[in-house]
Design a protein. Structure first.
Length: 82
């Protein structure tokens, strides 16, 4: 069972990272809804809520897409390592 869970966790991580591509990054636009971003990239690996905005990251420290949301709309976005 433990081996199965480890394999499942690795498979899920690879699937999420598979969506963090330059092609998908080019589809991100200012004004997109959070739901649209999640449809494109899946659930964020990490989101940090601030007073007036939320920063979300998809991917790893070396290869990622970072999005800043205000009222659940994309206001800024960047990529690293794509």
């Amino acid at each position: 069972m433990k081996k199965y869970l480890s394999t499942l966790a690795i498979a899920l991580a690879l699937t999420a990272c598979g969506k963090v591509t330059l092609e998908n990054y080019k589809k991100v636009n200012i004004g997109m809804d959070k739901a649209e971003i999640e449809q494109l990239l899946g659930t964020a690996d990490k989101c940090e809520e601030k007073t007036l905005h939320t920063n979300c990251i998809w991917g790893s420290e070396d290869k990622n897409i970072t999005v800043t949301l205000v009222a659940d709309k994309v206001t800024l976005y960047s990529e690293k390592g794509l």
